[in-house]
Every structure is written in C-alpha cells, then in structure tokens.
Design a protein around this ligand. Structure first.
Ligand SMILES: NC(=O)c1ccc[n+]([C@@H]2O[C@H](COP(=O)([O-])OP(=O)(O)OC[C@H]3O[C@@H](n4cnc5c(N)ncnc54)[C@H](OP(=O)(O)O)[C@@H]3O)[C@@H](O)[C@H]2O)c1
Length: 278
C-alpha cells in the first residue's frame, strides 16, 4: 500500500510502500496509459497494460495482455483477480464503439470480475463542444457516472504532448495555427500522479477536474512551439463557427480553479520531455 501525503492544494507527493494490489491499465500503451503504467509500478501495484497491439518497448515490470474494447475479446482474462482498472484507452476513429459502447462493456466486465474500482479519464469542457469526438466523450462520462461499481472520473485539459504533436503535424505543411482559443495544457505525468493517488485511495464516486498551471491561447502556444523547434511556418487563423466556436473562445477547455502545479508548455518543451519535432 501507499499512503498519500497529498492535499487539496495539489501536493501530489506520495510515500510508496509495498502492495499486493493488482491493476490493469486499459490503453496502457498510449500517451497517458504508458505513463500510468510507469507510475503504478513505482507505487507498488502489480500492473498489466491492455491494448490491441503489443508494445514495441514494454514498460519494465509491466505485463501486457491483448484485448479489444470494441468486441470485448480478452477482457475477462485480463480482469481476473484485478482490484483497480485505469481506463486510458482512446480513439478518434470510432469513438462511439470504443469509448461509449466499449466503456460500457468494460465496466460490465469489471462488475462480473468483481473489480472494485474503475477510473475513467475525460476532457475538461467536452460537454460544451459540438465535435463528434467530444460528444462521444460526454456520452462516455455518462456511462461512467452510472457505473454499478466504485468509480472515479478525472477530466483533464489537453496534454502537452498532444499540442506538440499537433503543432509538429501542421508544421509539415509549413503552417502554424493562430486564434484566441484559451487552452491550459498539462503534462500527462501530472494527470497520472492524480490517477495513481485515486487508485490508492479508492473510488471517489464523483468527477474531478485537473488542469495545467497557466491559461494561454492557441496562437501563443503554437508560437512557443515554433520558437522551440526553429520551424518556419505560415500563421493560419483558426476560425470555429457557431456555438462551439463561441464556447471555445470563452474558455470551455479551461478551468482556472483546477490549475495544478507542474511545468508550463514552454517549460515542458525546454525540459526535453517532448518528442523530437516533426
Ligand atoms: N491527449 C490529450 O490531450 C487528452 C486530454 C484530456 C483527456 N484525455 C483522455 O485521456 C485518455 C487517453 O488518451 P491518450 O491521448 O493518452 O490516448 P492514446 O495515446 O491515443 O492511446 C490510446 C490507447 O488506447 C488503446 N486502444 C485504442 N483502441 C482500443 C480498443 N478498441 N481496445 C483496447 N485498447 C484500445 C491504444 O492501443 P491499441 O491501438 O494497440 O489498441 C492505446 O494504448 C482518453 O480518455 C482521452 O480522452 C486525453
């Protein structure tokens, strides 16, 4: 077991102790999932990553099982004897099938396998955004809140590596986005610290938000990435029409009250944690 010395002010330091608790990280090979595996092992959980594909470089000390949320294949075997499931699976290709129906099937399998705690991850403000993926995340949240077992739901702002990868992808076309869209990015590792703390402490049975240390805007963050990478790009204004556009400009994706300690986007880029620029 591990005792938390964290406090509501956001001190997430923990004192690790040995544990015989078993954890599964669904989507344990993705951005958030891999870091979750690293920190769950460090916290003393016997940890298994679950995904459709085996990782090229597994996290040391973490087992891997193949399972598919879309079909449910492999889940029963993966969840046998497990105490806590962290669900870090994600897809933008078929979000209803994987994130909504798949989450429903995963939680039902948790119930049947007597897993005591399901931890889900969503996005700050997704319920205000009309894009298909965000609608699916909102529907997934509803599934989680109706879970018949102990549950916790963490809504996070955009991860630094998501922004870096988006700016890198656009830079291949020599463009860089601009626009007054407030964003409050956070290091995935900071989100994971809170997930691990919750895995330790037991179900919240409520939703909690976690956000980066400062609110910036899309254009400023894109310029920061450009300065860091040295890429020359044409600035392109992003215009999102309608209600979603208004919501985005009004800061739907931010939550100043949920600001957590950790590196800003610029500090994170400088720290060298980011993948090489595209
Ligand atoms: N990225 C962000 O900025 C951000 C911000 C806030 C919240 N979140 C939330 O954080 C969570 C994780 O996001 P991420 O960006 O870390 O995801 P990611 O890097 O895209 O990783 C997705 C993971 O899900 C697995 N997966 C996909 N389809 C699957 C299926 N059918 N069955 C089983 N596993 C499947 C993938 O492995 P295989 O493809 O091998 O199956 C992979 O391990 C999501 O809930 C997301 O909404 C993300």
């Amino acid at each position: 077991m591990m005792s938390a010395v964290g406090n509501p002010a956001g001190n997430w330091d923990h004192v690790p102790m040995s544990t015989d608790r078993k954890a599964v990280v669904v989507g344990g090979t993705g951005s958030l999932g891999r870091e979750t595996c690293v920190q769950m092992v460090a916290a003393g959980f016997e940890t298994t990553a679950v995904s459709r594909h085996r990782p090229d470089s597994p996290v040391p000390g973490v087992a891997h099982r193949v399972a598919d949320l879309r079909t449910g294949a492999g889940l029963e075997e993966a969840l046998a004897g497990v105490d806590v499931v962290v669900d870090a699976a994600n897809t933008v290709r078929s979000p209803i099938e994987v994130l909504v129906e798949g989450t429903s099937g995963l939680i039902e399998q948790c119930r049947q396998s007597e897993v005591g705690h399901y931890i889900g991850v969503s996005i700050v403000g997704c319920e205000k955004i009309g894009f298909g993926y965000y609608r699916a995340k909102t529907a997934q949240e509803q599934v989680i809140r109706e879970a018949p077992i102990g549950w916790s739901l963490i809504k996070a702002t955009q991860f630094h590596d998501l922004l870096a990868s988006a700016f890198g992808g656009l830079a291949r076309y020599r463009i860089s986005p601009r626009g007054p869209i407030p964003l409050q990015p956070i290091a995935a590792a900071g989100v994971v610290r809170r997930l691990v703390e919750i895995a330790e402490d037991g179900p919240l049975n409520r939703t909690e938000q976690v956000a980066g240390p400062e609110i910036s805007d899309l254009g400023t963050l894109a310029r920061t990435w450009q300065d860091h990478s040295g890429r020359r790009c044409l600035p392109v204004r992003v215009v999102v029409p309608g209600k979603t556009g208004r919501m985005l400009r009004d800061g739907a994706l931010t939550d100043s009250g949920a600001a957590a300690p950790g590196p800003t986007f610029a500090q994170w880029l400088k720290s060298g944690t980011s993948p090489p620029s595209a």
